[in-house]
Design a protein around this ligand. Structure first.
Ligand code: SF4
Length: 581
């Protein structure tokens, strides 16, 4: 059986370009870098690839990738009982010094347990022994709120990996972990690195009503706050994917990050807050990175929270087209899209343009601080349809704070006007693009002004979805995709819970993903974390993380939202409002 698994991994490697396979000799630190989802999903994550590159650029580290097996691969593991193997050298995960998870999505938490299970590593940090690898966590979920998965990790490294991974490696190598007791090493790491969080060294106490009374260190020399540093970029080093494989959703495309963070300050968006201040890379540096990708014969995927906001973007896309290359973009802001860029997208073969009104009415867009008027949306649609009969993908949220019947009714009304504009603009051409709607449930996220709001009840969300489905059906020719409210419930629990939620995740793992059963077995009602509005002065599970973002700024934005007032986005250079700059 093991032979079949290694053969599968070798054929996967044979299809890749750019992977790194190092010799294990010379006392190198060995790291199994795990993405808690399948190979195709993990390899589509630029963040995962960047961390792989950062580990391996160190001559004293060997980092190999690990993914959640799927299909036939999973059957081979389950039938044989073989331990989970790394991709590059096909060694058991438990032979590595560190098992490092890069976690981008809360929904992947149950997969962390599957990977530990397949690797033969105990779920709980306190049950692990000297022979086990240290289980480390990183990625955006770790610096939003690691508490629901805290007991499964020996430590988390918070913040952007470019800011502290190398310092961590130096420190970890220096503590001589193979010669010392595990507890001692963890204490040493926690007191030596200000962005390293060891959950077992912190205890949570609760009030009688179940809210957190305190989360505090067990020892005096540990800090109450853990820093989540950001990468102070000079703008000249542009992150891009280094491994190409045909087996991802991007299909051999080189992903190039144009900037990090977003200055528009939408109140529901965690990435817009924890990646502050917004940063863009130097135009010249982006162009040379793009050129390198094109010279290797690959198309490029341009990534940013809003690609159309990037200074000089038209020059970059023009150059790609003029040199015969192809590109795609992650997302555009409706109000900054230009005819030149749309023309380049058309020439590049892109047939769908995505824009995100998020809400159906001007009022609700003010509440969420979207800074997007209906006129701007309709003007963008007119521009898009003038250039080419692109298909339009429109993103909306339901269950937003303060949402009313009128706001929900505003969605089909806006879609109707968008369709009308497309028909009018494309009339002479005799061909119009399709409209596809993605309607997702609003999920309150840590470190946003909406962190104090609950999820709308599942029944209410379902009812709104049914109403929208009917209303949009009347419009005709519009495809709609709704996410499932029951999964929004689970995601809210995993995003906003504290470490008591870990037993529910264990329950779900034990009952093969049956959350209903896990909730029945739990002594705590998950509604407490999902449906309860939090007081502004409540201790939140993630309050110990120090991004530099002032809680009073978030509270101010929260009250502005209730008053339906917008606030300005970032003005990096002459603004001190949120505490980051
Ligand atoms: S201080 Fe101002 S410019 Fe800096 S991140 Fe905060 S809001 Fe943006």
């Amino acid at each position: 059986m093991r032979g079949k698994i290694t053969a599968l991994y070798r054929s996967r490697l044979a299809a890749e370009r750019g992977f790194i396979k190092k010799d294990w000799g010379g006392k190198r630190l060995t790291v199994a870098l795990a993405y808690p989802n399948t190979y195709a999903v993990g390899m589509s994550s630029l963040g995962f690839q960047v961390v792989y590159g950062l580990f391996n650029q160190r001559p004293d580290v060997v980092a190999e990738r690990v993914f959640l097996p799927e299909g036939q691969e999973m059957s081979l593991y389950l039938q044989s009982g073989e331990p989970l193997l790394s991709l590059e050298s096909q060694r058991p995960v438990h032979d590595f010094d560190i098992l490092a998870f890069s976690v981008s999505f809360e929904n992947d938490y149950p997969n962390i347990l599957k990977i530990l299970d397949l690797s033969g590593i105990a779920f709980q940090s306190q049950e692990r022994e000297a022979k086990d690898p240290f289980v480390m966590g990183g990625g955006i979920t770790a610096f939003l709120n690691p508490e629901p998965i805290a007991p499964f990790f020996d430590f988390f490294l918070l913040g952007e990996a470019e800011a502290n991974l190398s310092q961590f490696i130096d420190y970890f190598i220096d503590i001589n972990h193979w010669k010392r007791a595990r507890d001692e090493c963890l204490k040493d790491l926690a007191s030596g690195i200000n962005s390293l969080y060891v959950p077992s060294l912190y205890r949570q106490e609760y009030n009688r009503d179940g809210t957190i009374r305190v989360l505090e260190p067990r020892f005096q020399d540990l800090s109450e706050k853990i820093a989540a540093p950001i990468f102070q970029t000079s703008g000249t080093e542009v992150p891009c994917s280094t491994i190409l494989t045909p087996d991802t959703q991007f299909n051999d495309r080189v992903l190039v990050e144009l900037g990090r963070g977003c200055g528009h300050a939408c109140r529901f968006c965690a990435a817009g807050y924890v990646y502050r201040p917004p940063r863009t890379y130097a135009e010249g540096a982006i162009r040379s990175q793009v050129k390198k990708a094109l010279d290797s014969g690959s198309p490029v995927g341009l990534l940013s929270a809003a690609v159309s906001d990037i200074p000089g973007i038209e020059k970059i896309t023009r150059e790609i087209i003029e040199t015969g290359g192809h590109f795609s973009v992650s997302s555009l802001r409706a109000e900054t899209v230009t005819p030149g860029m749309l023309e380049d997208l058309r020439k590049s073969g892109q047939r769908t343009i995505a824009i995100a009104p998020e809400a159906g009415t001007e009022r609700l867009r003010r509440v969420i601080n979207k800074h997007l008027s209906e006129d701007q949306i309709l003007e963008a649609v007119r521009l898009i349809s003038t250039v080419f009969p692109f298909n339009l993908r429109l993103y909306f949220l339901v269950g937003l704070p303060t949402e009313t019947r009128e706001d929900i009714a505003g969605i089909p009304a806006l879609v109707k006007r968008i369709k009308h504009s497309m028909v009018k603009t494309s009339a002479k051409r005799g061909r119009i693009g399709q409209i596809r709607l993605s309607v997702n449930c609003f999920i309150p996220k840590p470190f946003t002004p909406f962190q104090w709001f609950p999820l709308e009840e599942v029944e209410g969300l379902k009812e709104k979805q049914r109403w929208l489905k009917k209303a949009l059906l009347k419009e005709g020719g519009i495809q709609v995709h709704f996410d499932l409210p029951k999964w929004a419930y689970v995601q809210t629990l995993l995003s906003n819970g504290d470490r008591r939620v870990s037993s529910m995740i264990l329950g779900a793992h034990g009952s093969k993903g049956n959350w209903k059963k896990a909730f029945q077995l739990s002594t705590m009602n998950p509604d407490f974390f999902v449906y309860r509005a939090r007081d502004l002065d409540e201790v939140l599970p993630w309050d110990f993380i120090e991004h530099g973002l002032l809680k009073k700024h978030l509270a101010r934005e929260y009250s502005l939202a209730l008053k339906e007032h917008e606030s300005e986005g970032c003005r990096v250079g002459d603004c001190r409002r949120c505490g980051i700059c």
